[in-house]
Design a protein around this ligand. Structure first.
Ligand code: SF4
Ligand code: SF4
Ligand code: SF4
Ligand code: SF4
Ligand code: FES
Length: 346
């Protein structure tokens, strides 16, 4: 492990690994610096200008892009910083559609956090108020809604889509106060190359990207996604005996904190009323419910009519490794066939 760097932030001695930014070093030490465009999973870009700090002997700078240095003395709050930060925030939210009570991000919103810290008042807002953006909602995606009237142009979704998902279907469009996040041609996102992974939704710091189904769970359980062999780590939220949410386990060894559309939005099958709960046997052209004993006996009887290469076995990535091992053993040793395949992804 490399030697840690020692610096001082607001009079507190802080140690951090080389390459750590001042912002991350401060947050890890419990010192809050307002920030909107920084995300630990993404390369910093320094666009919101809220994380400004003063470093003794230097001009004010953004802490999210400045690595720690030995002996640095950093101040996160001075009269000049407070003034500049306030103006930067006012400009950023002058067209923001503040409607927190009905916003899906309410109480978990980074803009609320920053606004509280800066102490923005209604009169500050009124002084600068730009015309409302009045952008139409884009609810073309089956799983999430885009409300650009709440967007703070932090670019986190753009970087997430490009750096993490590798899709790159959204970007900044237009100029000046018309700047917005858009897909190619400014159409609905459902008509773009978006694969609905929801990675951008999970990282958007405000209510601009929110899931269509957003119910607060009463408790959460960490587990593994049941859909495919990648084994991504998920945190499943439940309420009243139903699954109501799913999110990625941060830094999970198999998935690194990401999920695909199935793991994030596809768990509705668990409580779906059409879900099969018993085996079905076709009788008189109709599928009718049967017991496991009946179903297994029927399968055994039918299998005994064939042998060797006449038989093929398809395993499932939804099974455990042990189940699949037993299945291939059964195919080779009992049925006498090497015709074994699988669906690694569902
Ligand atoms: S995005 Fe945040 S500040 Fe804006 S309305 Fe929603 S909760 Fe309020
Ligand atoms: S859902 Fe995934 S693919 Fe679609 S815009 Fe967001 S990050 Fe990109
Ligand atoms: S949609 Fe969300 S993540 Fe994307 S730029 Fe706007 S506020 Fe940032
Ligand atoms: S279905 Fe998607 S989220 Fe689930 S394990 Fe496979 S890749 Fe991961
Ligand atoms: S968090 Fe540093 S500029 Fe936005």
């Amino acid at each position: 492990m490399p030697d840690l760097i020692t610096l001082t932030i607001d009079g507190v001695e802080v140690k951090a690994a080389p390459g750590t930014t001042i912002l991350r070093a401060a947050l890890e030490r419990g010192i809050y610096i307002p920030h909107l465009c920084d995300h630990p999973d993404l390369e910093p870009v320094g666009v919101c200008r809220l994380c400004l700090v003063e470093i003794e002997g230097r001009r004010p700078t953004v802490s999210c892009k400045t690595p720690v240095e030995e002996g640095m003395v950093v101040h996160t709050s001075t009269p000049d910083l407070e003034r500049t930060r306030r103006v930067n925030l006012e400009l950023l939210v002058a067209s923001h559609d503040y409607n927190c009570q009905f916003c899906a991000r309410n109480t978990r919103c980074k803009l609320q956090e920053v606004t509280r810290y800066v102490g923005l008042q209604q009169e500050d807002m009124d002084r600068l108020r730009k015309p409302p953006l009045d952008q139409p909602l884009d609810d073309s995606n089956p799983f999430f809604v885009r409300n650009m009237n709440k967007c703070v142009l932090c670019g986190i979704c753009v970087r997430t889509c490009a750096e993490i998902q590798g899709d790159g279907c959204i970007d900044f469009a237009y100029r000046g106060i018309r700047t917005k996040i858009s897909v190619m041609g400014d159409g609905p996102i459902a008509e773009s190359t978006c694969v609905s992974c929801g990675e951008c939704v999970a990282r958007c710091p405000v209510g601009a990207l929110v899931p269509k189904k957003a119910e607060e769970p009463s408790y959460e359980v960490e587990t593994v996604c049941p859909f495919c062999g990648c084994g991504c780590g998920i945190i499943v939220g439940a309420r009243g005996g139903r699954i109501v949410s799913s999110r990625a386990v941060p830094g999970h060894p198999a998935s690194g904190g990401s999920l695909c559309v199935k793991g994030r939005f596809g768990l509705g099958f668990v409580n779906h009323p059409d879900r099969l709960k018993t085996p079905l046997i076709r009788r008189g052209g109709k599928l009718v419910e049967a017991s496991w004993e009946e179903a297994v006996s029927l399968v055994a009887e039918r299998l005994s009519r064939y042998s060797g290469a006449q038989l093929a076995v398809i395993a499932s990535a939804k099974c455990t490794v042990e189940d699949n091992y037993v299945l291939q053993k059964f195919a080779r040793a009992v049925l006498g066939t090497n015709n074994i395949d699988h669906c690694a992804r569902l």
